[in-house]
Design a protein around this ligand. Structure first.
Ligand code: PGA
Length: 237
């Protein structure tokens, strides 16, 4: 795991966006799994601002996760955090993007559909995610097997309560549907981003604790090409 500290959110996001742009210029058919949440929003803005015509013509995106039961057009949905700021801005055509349909009747089939979509692209080139206060990656909560592809998860109380920040009104959140930690471990490049003082404690745990399924983000240390990029305020040192 390569650990790097940036002076602030701006420089962290500039680095992450440049990494993605450089990658897709090297591999125009890249498949990239991106997270929702607040952390990657400035990275998305910078990707959009600095993309040149053609950069993303053949790139495929996979949205990391979704709250079960939340409609795609809800402003708090994971989809809303990826679609408008990134996918629509880049003009990605629908066949080159996967979002979880968390209203599907058969959520297991929905997981399989996303697993098959990723497999049909030859796996993920890049997975770029934030980190939860409990160390989750996507909605892979503590205790999730590292050996799991897309699945339904039971949300911890902390995830359900912090998740309220995305919604305009109180919204019950109990389950998630998420790309799995096996996808994270099998991606050619795995990146975790964190900014802000509130993430300092969990970054300290990732740096200090051994690899364990009780700390999903510790999967970073099992990956042979992984990056933990944080801003100065999230750096515990
Ligand atoms: P955030 O969410 O980017 O909104 O902090 C990260 C996460 O919970 O994984």
């Amino acid at each position: 795991m390569n650990y790097q500290v940036f002076s602030n959110y701006e420089t962290l996001s500039a680095h992450a966006s440049q990494f993605i742009l450089d990658y897709v210029r090297q591999k125009p058919t890249a498949t990239i799994c991106v997270a929702s949440g607040e952390t990657p929003l400035l990275t998305f803005q910078k990707i959009v601002a600095n993309a040149k015509p053609g950069d993303f013509d053949q790139v495929t995106f996979v949205a990391l996760d979704e709250w079960v039961g939340i409609a795609p057009d809800n402003a708090g949905s994971c989809r809303s955090y990826i679609d408008a700021p990134l996918i629509t801005q880049l003009g990605i055509s629908p066949e080159r993007v996967s979002f979880f349909d968390s209203l599907a009747n058969d959520l297991e089939a929905e997981c399989q559909r996303v697993n098959d979509f990723i497999a049909s692209k030859g796996g993920l080139d890049i997975i770029m995610v934030g980190i939860g206060m409990n160390g989750h990656l996507g909605l892979n909560e503590p205790g999730t097997s590292f050996d799991t592809y897309a699945h339904i998860s039971e949300l911890e109380e902390v995830t359900a309560s912090i998740g309220q920040k995305y919604f305009q009104s109180e919204t019950p959140l109990t389950q998630g549907i998420t790309v799995g930690l096996k996808h994270f471990l099998e991606a050619k490049v795995a990146i975790v981003l964190a900014n802000g003082a509130k993430k300092k404690g969990i970054i300290q745990r990732v740096l200090e604790e051994p690899v364990s399924e009780s700390l999903p983000a510790s999967a970073l240390k099992l990956h042979s090409n992984s990056y933990l990029w944080v801003d100065e305020s999230a750096n515990p040192a």
